[in-house]
Design a protein around this ligand. Structure first.
Ligand SMILES: NC(=O)c1ccc[n+]([C@@H]2O[C@H](COP(=O)([O-])OP(=O)(O)OC[C@H]3O[C@@H](n4cnc5c(N)ncnc54)[C@H](OP(=O)(O)O)[C@@H]3O)[C@@H](O)[C@H]2O)c1
Length: 253
């Protein structure tokens, strides 16, 4: 059975990925959607003609992985495309929030994404594609968004490394690094600080479309929009200490 698996499918970019995947991948037997909000996933299911399997659960808990793994084995599934979109951010200075809240973010963005990749690897075949959602926040250390940007640097680096490891198996990995996107993300994260808050939020449909096309082309990194492409180049050219200083000024700290 050929499937697509999308985490974070109940809103924002994950939902857009799911919508666009079913149009782009015509030979899927099923699409599997993962997130905590069951009703949202059921609403999305109504839009699709391809059969949907819903995994409603918390990616920071064990049971969801056990359910997914059991189903992958039972259905002898081949994951043609895996999108790891579940993630969250919290703006503000280091230590301003409850420790548990900050640690849940690190767990979701880093550990859960890694666990999903480990779980899915045996079910990815030749020509399968993986899309991991990092962020433009991965390009430089970000005072005022420190833990989030560090967690997304992890996703960025991990994606680059496994992309090379998985090349002989013809599994491609694309890491997506958007700037601010108009989703529910900011309702949970709080608004960005200082001048970062003034950056225009882009449409999640456009980010997902570009990422899927970049994945088709087996590109390593997908960056939507000129300003974020410039941010990527700046992140490569400037020493980290200078980037961190400039980001502190930009964030008004
Ligand atoms: N929006 C931006 O500006 C932006 C920019 C760069 C990168 N990103 C990254 O892009 C990805 C998607 O973000 P988005 O903008 O689409 O945000 P979003 O609209 O808030 O979507 C986040 C998704 O993650 C799911 N999720 C959150 N916690 C979860 C948990 N513990 N277990 C299972 N699912 C969980 C949410 O579903 P439930 O609440 O139903 O569980 C939701 O479907 C994230 O990794 C984010 O870091 C976002």
């Amino acid at each position: 059975m050929k499937i697509a698996l999308v985490t974070g499918a109940s809103s924002g970019m994950g939902r857009e990925f799911a919508r666009q995947i079913v149009k782009l991948y015509r030979n899927l037997d099923e699409i599997w959607l993962v997130a905590r909000r069951t009703e949202r996933l059921q609403e999305l299911e109504k839009e699709f003609t391809v059969p949907v399997r819903i995994f409603d659960g918390d990616l920071n808990r064990d049971y969801i992985y056990e359910r997914i793994e059991k189903e992958l084995e039972r259905k002898n599934a081949e994951i043609r495309i895996l999108v790891n979109s579940a993630g969250c951010g919290l703006s503000g200075c280091f230590g301003e929030r409850e420790q548990d809240t900050e640690l849940r973010m690190v767990k979701l963005n880093c550990q859960s994404l890694t666990r999903m990749l480990l779980l899915c690897r045996p079910f990815l075949g030749r020509g399968s594609r993986v899309i991991n959602l990092a962020s433009a926040a991965a390009f430089a250390p970000q005072p005022g968004f420190a833990i989030y940007s560090a967690s997304k640097s992890y996703v960025y680096r991990l994606s680059m490394a496994i992309r090379e490891e998985w090349k002989p198996a013809e599994i491609s990995v694309t890491v997506v690094c958007p700037g601010p996107v108009d989703t529910e993300f900011f309702a949970h994260s709080g608004e960005l600080l200082g001048k970062s808050n003034k950056v225009t939020k882009v449409d999640p449909k456009a980010v997902a479309r570009k990422a899927l096309l970049d994945a088709v082309d087996r590109r390593c990194v997908s960056v939507y929009g000129t300003s974020m492409k410039v941010a990527r180049i700046a992140g490569k050219l400037l020493p980290d200490v200078l980037s961190a200083y400039l980001m502190r000024k930009l964030n008004g700290i």
